[in-house]
Write a protein that binds this ligand. Sequence first.
Ligand SMILES: [Zn+2]
Length: 211
Amino acid sequence: MIIVLFGKPGAGKGTQAPLLAAALGVPTLATGDELRAAIRAGSPLGLEAKSYMDRGDLVPDSVILGIIKQALSEQRNAGGVLLDGVVRTVPQAEGLDKVVVELGKKVEAVLAFDIDDEEIVRRLASRTVCESCQTPYTGREPGTACDKCGGTLIRRKDDEPEAIRNRLEVYDRQTAPVLDWYRSHGTKVAVIDAVGPVQDVTARALGVLAS
Ligand SMILES: [Zn+2]
């Protein structure tokens, strides 16, 4: 059982991934973690990845997919896995498809956590962070004082409405073609409504996977 996760910025994928993994009894496999592990282990692909990073270059898809292939063939991932951040583009979806076919596996489903854009703008714009101790707050105005240290709460640049709309546009532009690619290749694609209590969203995702 291989499940590919997508999440609109602010839709709570980071919260849902471990909850889903626990409910399904499978690990989460994230590109960044596997890349760091391969580099730490000094595997041939890890060293190759490091040589790109040391030059300040992006690690090519072929190297990333090689690392993912290795991880998928390990015993800890034999019972299935949630892939988080592994596929962002159509070429990566195609590359992953080749890898899983070579391993005699398949992508069972694609889950995309979705939420109304204006709801995301509201949600993220209500976040502030203490400029001194970095404690995050929800629903507090910028300029008010931190409860912990008395520092000033600020809104991160990333959470400004304009910046959020920009990230949402990038997500749509990148993700929509990937979801279409999976649909046209017969993979179940479920768009999960991510509005509401965390446990309700998890239940929705599990419901879709069971159906
Ligand atoms: Zn503070």
